[in-house]
Design a protein around this ligand. Structure first.
Ligand code: HEC
Length: 101
């Protein structure tokens, strides 16, 4: 069987886009605060201030996870959540600390 590579590639790319897994191309300004980065990169899914976008489902404000765990989550993403490999550890910790109570 012959594989149609352009079609195959297009299919895989759309699969990635649809499922959301993959990398975010978000690039913050170097002076951005944790709050600003969250508003720009995360609130689309996690809601304003982390209150959750889809009911309480994606609420992460006041998370009980330690900041370094949240920072790792930002780095690695999830099944649906994109990974933010371009953020520095400092930036990821800043976002994490913004979410902490
Ligand atoms: C495309 C939507 C989307 C974006 C953008 C997104 N997330 Fe998520 N996030 C999710 C989903 C869905 C989950 C739960 C399932 C999973 O891990 O994919 C999640 C899970 C998490 C968790 C784990 C919550 C827990 O209680 O275990 C944390 C922490 C988190 N996100 C923080 C962030 C931060 C910080 C950002 C911005 C840098 C961000 N997310 C951007 C969709 C998103």
């Amino acid at each position: 069987m012959k594989i149609n590579f352009p079609l195959y590639t297009a299919f895989m790319v759309s699969l990635f886009v649809l499922t959301g897994c993959g990398q975010s191309d978000y690039r913050p300004e170097s002076t951005a605060s944790g709050e600003q980065m969250f508003a720009q990169a995360c609130s689309g899914c996690h809601g304003e201030g982390g209150q959750g976008r889809f009911g309480f489902l994606l609420t992460i404000a006041g998370t009980e996870h330690p900041a370094d765990k949240v920072a790792t989550k930002i780095l690695e993403g999830g099944l649906i959540m994109p990974e933010f490999v371009q953020l520095t550890e400092e930036q990821r910790l800043e976002i994490a600390n913004y979410l902490k109570p």
